[in-house]
Design a protein around this ligand. Structure first.
Ligand SMILES: CC(=O)c1cc(-c2ccccn2)c2ncccn12
Length: 121
């Protein structure tokens, strides 16, 4: 059976993987773990033009799509904003997104990213 070869992560990929781990801890219900389907959210793909979730972010890290830490921050904000667009304010998903966005902005603060960037160079 072919052994799945693990490719060594670059310093940037390492940092991105760590950040996603920290962010996902703030989503204990795993509402943001996987893409939202039209099955669980009727009409989702018609309303949300740029879907995003943590599994997609991890895939982008693996495929070296992200060239900077800021690009992860962009996707994270889109993910949270999508949930606050599709879901009504009184829903658990809207409230979870608002809370996640708030916690995430601390984890992805300019100061934190700047010091992380210096450690990668
Ligand atoms: C993130 C989001 O908008 C979301 C996640 C979910 C979700 C995620 C995991 C398990 C169940 N539901 C969801 N369900 C209905 C409507 C919206 N959502």
């Amino acid at each position: 059976i072919a052994k799945m070869e693990e490719k060594a992560q670059t310093p940037l990929q390492e940092a991105l993987t760590q950040l996603i781990r920290q962010l996902q801890r703030k989503d204990p219900n795993a509402f943001f773990a996987f893409p939202v389907t039209d099955f669980i959210a009727p009409g989702y793909s018609l309303i949300i033009k740029r879907p995003m979730d943590f599994s997609t972010m991890k895939d982008k890290v693996k495929k070296e799509y992200y060239q900077s830490l800021e690009e992860l921050k962009v996707d994270f904000k889109i993910m949270c904003e999508n949930a606050m667009i599709y879901n009504k304010p009184e829903t658990i998903y809207y409230k979870a997104a608002k809370k996640l966005l708030h916690s995430g902005m601390k984890i992805l603060s300019p100061e934190r990213l700047q010091s992380l960037k210096q450690s990668i160079e």
